[in-house]
Design a protein. Sequence first.
Length: 406
Amino acid sequence: MPTNELIGLAKLMRMAYSGHDLAPLGTQLIARAETDTSGHALMDLSTVLQLRGNRNLALTMQTQAIQIQQIYSLPAATKTAKIRLLAIMGAGDLMANTPVEFLLENADVTLDIVYVTPDLPLPDQLPDHDVLFVAIAQSDQNMQQLNELHTALASWPHPVLNKPERIALMSRDQACSLLKDAPGVVMPSTLRIARQILEQVSDAQLPMTEVLEDGSFPIIIRPVDSHAGKDLDKIEDADALGVYLQDMLNSEFYVSRFVDYRSPDGFFRKYRIVLIDGKPFVCHVGISEHWMIHYLNAGMAESAEKRSEEEKFMIDFDSRFACKHAAALLAIYERAGLDYLGIDCGETADGKLLIFEIDSCMIIHAIDPVDIFPYKQPQMNKIFFAFRQMLLTAMQRNDIKIINTL
């Protein structure tokens, strides 16, 4: 690879997952940045720093990179590209945007990424493209960009996937409102609550039953705009809430009642599903003795039994889980209104679909070790094929639209 080309998130994360020491590469990128007139070295350095846990410095490097240039390009994995995809992203960490790169690692798709910020709107000159994909995730920080994109893309000459006005509805409280009475769905009311209110609860001045419309302790709490389980906790009573707030400086939190979704064998199971053009695909199954499941800490790599269950779940997914929850998944697709949507979910004791979160930026990848997870590659390839097919379908719809206007 020429030294001035962008390495990109997918390759860098694959290196990190395989145990590659990224420190020497980081040093090389720092040296490159002194002479690289593009923003490539700084953008890759930002990713390396994030993967190494240095978030604040990483975001500083990213800001500098975006100020140098807004548009970054990654070639297709094949010699001939059949689709040109333009993705709009915002500044932020690895959870701030849909990580589209992972979906295109082996595809005949060129990817141009244009970054927008509150100070840098869409440039007048953009790369030629067949489809535009809005990859910016919902957050308080991103609402200005999403609102501006809603206006800018209203009459866009090319197909637009994941429209910004629908992404804007993916906050935890709004998503809960969207799915409140969806058939076959359980999603506890999630409220955005000011710190002062929660302090009143912790001081026994206000009962939790007057705050939550559908329950009381135990509750699930997390700061607004936190992801990947950061500062997420289960709180058993008012005293524990007081202790939690002592360690948090945040002014607002998302709060919902806790649902015990343990299976009869005592394990919790969390499923990551993605809807692509409305069709569900399973991405992974996390099995743990703890209610807060992250795939990386669920011990999947260490347990052949858990992996065997995940493999069987993937094989049977279309005929069992997807069939059982077809009405619920269809309702989620229709109410969210997004072409590409991730769902983290479980099942309640009575068999309903328990929704933890829906959003457009969940990480879907195929970088798990093949020797440990050989069954994952076929499943992930199905997802990547479906994503490519979604792009092609959007192009075909646009061609028909153009023909009909002639």
